[in-house]
Design a binder for this molecule. Structure first.
Ligand SMILES: *Cc1c(COP(=O)(O)O)cnc(C)c1O
Length: 375
């Protein structure tokens, strides 16, 4: 049996007619950059999330970059974020000449450890970027409260968590801005690159709309320097279709995660495998189902031999990346991030995964550890 990491073709087959028609409408109108399809999606996304403004941009990375630009982050400023995330979360800080200040993670959820943020706030701190990693909300209300105490804005990296809720509030809507990615493999995927910034702040929304078109304030008149960060019309059209299915897909991911939980319990592998932990108040959307696994590298190889695609997000925490050498971290710093980078393993999860496939995955894992114990 083959169990891929995800199956985008299966998803497309189910919505093909709608998506194809939406794309052809943009082609017919020749409105490829921003335009009516993007405006329609922005309005729908704002309604879905319950925010005042939604700004369609070129990617999740640019959503983060533009947020920091709009907040005036620049040379020698500091921005606090987690060391255990996708590179873009910190790349946007460094690109503006600011300094990423890395915080370690909670060992159970892999999200930023809120108890370790306050000690790192300085008079140069200009923003805090928590990440809702793997689709599980970070403790955003505590982080926003901390930001309020020191007058530091919070930019939520919700790129993996569209539709997730913390205490019934949508993630991405509690910080000063929330950033989303529509990279095709994300829970809400476009058919190319795409991203979104949301905010309730009118002034910030105006700045963001200007910054995504090179800082234009009138035609060919620039009050500030921005970037080319516009969403494509075709992506807006596709996203208007897929957004309608997001809650259903997220529910299927949750059901698949619950099935994995049950299968691991049956398998009795607690000595070797730790299934993911969801903390109180969180509605997880399982962008990834991530276990902690003993002898991970050998397990990955065993699974690959059996046709199961498992992946490591992320094998190297950011404070150990060569490009951040100048920040002066030691290899042994942020030990929870280091440990996670050695032990995490993302198992196949997507809305269309079948119970049979999931049984096959867990059986393959059990077979690996039984062999190991037998040796
Ligand atoms: C995917 C992702 C991004 C970047 O999104 P792109 O659309 O690929 O630029 C940023 N942060 C996190 C946590 C992500 O998973």
């Amino acid at each position: 049996m083959k169990v891929p990491q995800l199956d985008l073709k299966a998803q497309y087959e189910k919505i093909k007619d709608e998506v194809d028609a939406a794309i052809m409408e943009v082609v017919g109108n020749q409105t490829f950059i921003l335009g009516p399809a993007v405006e329609k999606f922005e309005a729908e996304a704002a309604r879905y999330l319950g925010v005042k403004h939604a700004i369609g941009v070129s990617s999740g990375s640019d959503a983060l970059l533009l947020s920091l630009m709009a907040l005036g982050v620049g040379l020698n400023d500091e921005v606090i974020t987690t060391a255990f995330t996708f590179f873009a979360t910190a790349g946007c800080i460094a690109r503006l000449g600011a300094k990423p200040v890395f915080v370690d993670i909670r060992p159970d959820t892999f999200n930023i450890d809120v108890l370790k943020i306050e000690e790192l706030i300085s008079n140069r701190t200009r923003a805090i970027i928590p990440v809702h990693l793997y689709g599980q909300p970070a403790e955003i209300e505590s982080i926003v409260a901390l930001g309020g105490k020191y007058r530091v804005p919070v930019v939520e990296d919700a790129c993996q968590a569209m539709g997730a809720r913390r205490n019934d509030r949508m993630v991405g809507t509690l910080g000063r801005t929330g950033c989303f990615s529509f990279y095709p493999s994300k829970n809400l995927g476009a058919y190319g690159e795409g991203g979104l910034i949301v905010t309730d702040d009118d002034g910030l929304s105006r700045a963001l709309r200007s910054l995504r078109v090179h800082g234009e304030s009138g035609r060919y008149h620039h009050e500030r320097v921005g970037i080319n960060g516009r969403m494509h019309g075709i992506q807006g059209a596709v996203l208007s279709v897929t957004l309608k299915y997001l809650d259903g897909w997220n529910a299927l991911r949750r059901a698949a995660a619950a099935r994995y939980d049950g299968l691991f319990e049956e398998a009795g592998l607690s000595e070797f495998v730790k299934p993911p932990v969801t903390i109180e108040g969180n509605e997880h959307v399982y962008h990834q189902y991530v276990i902690l696994a003993a002898r991970r590298e050998d397990l990955v190889e065993h699974l690959r031999d059996l046709g199961v695609a498992a992946a490591v997000y992320y094998p190297e925490p950011l404070h150990r990346q060569p490009c951040f050498k100048n920040l002066g971290y030691k290899k042994s710093d942020l030990p929870q991030s280091v440990r996670a980078s050695r032990e995490v393993l993302a198992l196949p999860i997507y809305p269309e995964i079948t119970e049979e496939q999931q049984r096959y995955v867990v059986d393959a894992i059990r077979e690996f550890y039984e062999k190991w114990e037998g040796k």
